[in-house]
Design a protein around this ligand. Structure first.
Ligand code: ATP
Ligand code: MG
Length: 113
């Protein structure tokens, strides 16, 4: 099993979500995050004061999938999260030791499907 962490633009989320569902990826976690890559800082407003804004709102998707689904999952994200502009985000693939469905106590790949 692998965990795929994808940092994407919020506005591509619904398209990415649909593409993942077509790959059979239904279980995922989504977190709104503040992140920065290599973009230049830009100016923003906070409570009426201008400040140098170096962080952008992104979504972090986390999906644990069995190894055989990694390539299709990554490709779906690459296809649907790309705008060909800086700031499109990143994908990280991490090893996962174990997964356990609490209700049934099932372990391993069966617990992530
Ligand atoms: N090395 C990293 N580790 C963890 N999160 C990262 C890393 N690099 C980027 N991110 C996250 O990804 C988001 C988008 O990064 P971004 O797409 O701007 O990367 P980049 O390397 O600057 O590429 P680009 O040149 O396409 O902008 C960031 O806001 C941050 O949340
Ligand atoms: Mg960047």
């Amino acid at each position: 099993m692998k965990k795929i962490e994808a940092i994407i633009r919020p506005d591509v989320f619904s398209e990415v979500r649909q593409a993942l569902a077509l790959q059979g990826i239904d279980g995922l976690s989504v977190t709104e995050i503040a992140g920065c890559g290599r973009q230049e800082g830009r100016t923003g407003l906070f409570r009426g004061n201008e400040f140098e804004m170096e962080f952008y709102t992104k979504l972090k998707l986390e999906m644990v999938v069995e190894d055989s689904l990694v390539d299709d999952t990554v490709n779906a994200i690459l296809t649907h999260a790309s705008t060909n502009a800086v700031g499109d985000g990143k994908i990280f693939v991490l090893p996962v030791e174990e997964a356990i469905r609490i209700r049934s106590k099932e372990r391993g790949a069966i617990a992530v499907n």
